[in-house]
Design a protein around this ligand. Structure first.
Ligand code: PBG
Length: 324
């Protein structure tokens, strides 16, 4: 008798396929990144990310309320400040744009998980993720400012802070500062394995954080390295990270899988702006079936080991789920 094994038996129809399906995407494990800027009545399209906008707080709050109703419950906040300076002082100003957004959204959606991206690159006039000494980002001066910013974000209503700067020792510094200020219960979700990636291209337009000189390779990871990701992740956990992020997602599924198999805390993957833009562009040209490809990309990320996915597709995916 040939063939002896017939795996096709379990693929015969959709009901049977659903019965044996190993991986599922859940709306309550998707995190939607948003860009907020000063002003009112503003919804400015980001041209390299169709469907993504820079919002003023009022319209953002309405938008998030609508999406919350559709089942997306976690949001990641990026701010475009009114004013940038060498220290990135709007990052830690109590009146800074992200703080205002956190306060406002928290009032409207008290149960939502509001994650504050914790980095200086949107707030510095030079666009680097920390304080410059000469042409280099000074690690230890930067982590002091990050720690201070984390406390201000927590005070404004952040449920979680998410450091994305890749400075050494920042998780310990942030944990210490939060504890000192009475925020022992605020978790840290660290971008632990964050690569110096070309896939962040469209984000630079969305968040207006392009470095005015040089690049981020002196602090973000080299795309060629796999073992180093585990080192970064384990260090962040030792320092007190409650969750870790691997970023980008699809080009780094090997790293994601390694991390998932090495840690006992929740692991998130960030499907970044360039991953979003590629799918959007090819779909608009009719070269890819958007819905199929988005579902498949999210499934691949889950299958590789992500517990949570940070994705700009969250609202669209929720919309498709409602149609089903
Ligand atoms: C930096 C930051 C970046 C992203 C998230 N946080 C950009 C960078 O490191 O240059 C990129 C996210 C994306 O591309 O979607 N704070």
């Amino acid at each position: 008798m040939f063939p002896i094994e017939r795996p096709r038996r379990l693929r015969k129809n959709e009901t049977l396929r659903a019965l044996v399906r190993e991986t599922h995407i859940r709306l309550d494990q998707l995190i939607y990144p948003v860009f907020v800027r000063p002003g009112t009545g503003m919804k400015l399209p980001v041209s390299s990310m169709p469907g993504i906008y820079q919002w003023s707080v009022d319209l953002l709050t309405d938008h998030l309320e609508e999406i919350y109703e559709q089942g997306i419950r976690s949001f990641l906040f990026f701010g475009i400040p009114a004013h940038k300076d060498a220290e990135g002082s709007e990052a830690y100003s109590p009146e800074g744009i992200v703080q205002v957004a956190l306060q406002t959204v928290k009032k409207r959606l008290p149960e939502a998980v509001l994650i504050a991206d914790l980095c200086l690159c949107e707030y510095t006039d030079h666009g680097h993720c920390g304080i410059l000494r000469g042409n280099d980002v000074d690690n230890d001066m930067t982590i002091d400012i990050l720690a201070k910013t984390a406390v201000v974000q927590a005070r404004a209503g952040a449920s979680i802070v998410a450091p994305s700067d890749m400075m050494d020792g920042r998780v310990a510094a942030i944990r210490h500062a939060l504890d000192q200020a009475g925020f022992q219960d605020i978790p840290i979700m660290s971008y632990a394995a964050k690569y110096a990636s070309g896939f962040y291209g469209p984000f630079r337009e969305a968040a207006e954080n392009t470095p005015s000189f040089g690049d981020r390779r002196a602090y973000q990871m080299d795309p060629a390295n796999r073992l180093e990701a585990l080192k970064e992740v384990l260090l962040d956990i030792q320092e007190g990270a409650d969750m870790v992020i691997v970023k980008p997602a699809m080009p780094y599924l090997d790293v994601l899988s390694d991390v998932k198999n090495s840690v006992q805390i929740p692991v998130a993957a960030y499907q970044v702006s360039g991953e979003y833009a590629m799918i959007k562009a090819a779909s608009q040209l009719g070269w890819l079936d958007e819905r199929r490809v988005v579902e498949e990309s999210l499934l691949s990320i889950k299958r590789a080991g992500a517990d949570m996915i940070i994705t700009y597709f969250a609202p669209l995916f929720a919309h498709w789920m409602q149609q089903k």
